[in-house]
Design a protein. Sequence first.
Length: 86
Amino acid sequence: MTYTYRTSGTCSTQIDLELENGIIQSVAFTGGCNGNLQGISRLVAGMPAEEAVSKLQGIQCGWKPTSCPDQLSKALEEALAKEKQA
């Protein structure tokens, strides 16, 4: 399943991800800190989405109440819910 998530409160504006049976197949960010986000995308590839959520949820970027990793956790939670409905 391919899922697109519009981020909020971060330099990145969108996250495109692919899940298969709860496992992250790929993640691509639009905008943001390119090198760091490529690194995060590669680190979570092949990881169970629930594990990635538990590791990334709540991370803040400086004074902001969220971050790109936190937004990825939100995207993954929504994608997991949609995958379960399908």
